[in-house]
Design a protein. Sequence first.
Length: 554
Amino acid sequence: MTSSSSSQISPVQGLHHVTVMASDPQRNIDFYTRVLGQRMVKVTVNFDDPGTYHLYYGDRSGQPGTIMTHFPWPGAARGVRGNGEIVATAYSAPAQSYDFWLDRLTAQGLEVRAGVRFGQPTLTVDDPDGTWVELVFEDGAPVEDWPGSPVPTEHALRGFHSVTGWVEQTGGVRELLVGQLGFTEVGTETDAHGTRTRFRGSGDDDGGAGVGLFVDVVERPGQPRGSFGAGSVHHVALRTRDDAQQAAYMEQLTAAGYRPTPVQDRQYFHSIYFRQGNGILFEIATDAPGFPDDEAVDELGQHLKLPAWYEPRRPTIEAHLPRILSPEYGVTLGTRDVGTRQVEKEEVAASDIQVLTAGRPVEQARVAAILLHGRGATAQDILSLGEELNLSAFTYLAPQAAGNSWYPQSFLAPLEQNQPHLDNALATIDALLGELEAQGIPPQNVVLGGFSQGACLALEYASRSRVRLGGVVALSGALITLDGVGNLDGLPVFMGVAPDDAHIPLDRFQTSAELLRSRGAAVDARVFPGLGHAVNAEELDAMRALMQGMVGRA
């Protein structure tokens, strides 16, 4: 899988930041600033969901390799640690500070686990949401000391040492990190969880020094996958110098089949995201512009900063954000009082059909996606699109059809041959929309999407129903019936298909698109030669754009 252009691209330096889902924002702030002594370098919002904080902690100026970030969703259920995710983040601590940190963490009432990894002493604790936070004691590279830290300078943490991922097999991660991104494999050892392999980034331009150099991967064949929730690492960001290098990596990763997202403007860095086959979500983030881009270094973390495109909505955003207090500055931000009630993960029942859920807990979401699987597939299959889309504002619902089929015959068969199954399937969508509306998410904040048979069902529901949806995505699908009436009033619709798809005739696809347009829908219909009966990166990008547009309107 190694690209022929890899030798022309500078190796990735190491870690840029780690992003974690939290629950209570104040407990999160108190732990990372008062216990670990990190500076809160930025208070902003999740750019995909401006009703949620995005909190950044690091050294004095927020250098790459020191930044831990959190999306706090009050009341969110705990995640379950497992394969396919980053499970721990390790900070570098001065070698002589072991006793200081052992005493400090124990005095905080934390359960401290001691160990040794690759010959270096370690301490591990759980943060308030159960995230594993580790300290590795070594003579590491210095960072910018934060004078306001409660931790004395000689014992202060020095940015990241490493992250640890749990995977089914290490080979795929090796192919990515070494074959594509220029890491070096430096050793293996066995611990209580499995076989651990360490990979090292290139470091800075000073001969290989730097913070956040290591990615550890523990191979755990046959073990269960993780379940995302509070305490789960959403993604790990790797560091590259500038936009040109990032663009080169995006080209190389695309050629290697990793399907990176388009570049996302995160205000303080630019990002692309992609998921490795074991399940871990990676990001490549640029060093620039940096956190002092919109406020002076001495002012970092004292103000709610919004990107320009959200400034017109500042009063509404501030009204929805929980009240937080920064103990470093005595600054109160946000206005809404929230509790810390923990809710359980759920499987929603509608019309006697099991519905799997993922993404943001429904009680905390403002937007949703109902995803409909194809014939012979499962709800879990289509739910994986949520991971590919990487839109944390959304709650995802994927109903499971009885016998893995929504209706028994081809969508082109006479209508009566698919009854009453088709009507029951349409009623299931109605029931799910009713469940969401009861939770405060109206139909206009819901995207209905599907693949193959599920795509046909999604289009048919939008055509027949008088419910105004937020958007429809049909991946390899077309209308079941062509006799719908009524104004679709600008409904955003994305449709994609191969010209020779054996299941979806091209003329039916084109006729469906024209019919929906004639009724007022805003249809983006694309034909992809060579696609087959599958989903490609361009379709996912279009789906992501449609859904991001809905977030902006919600």
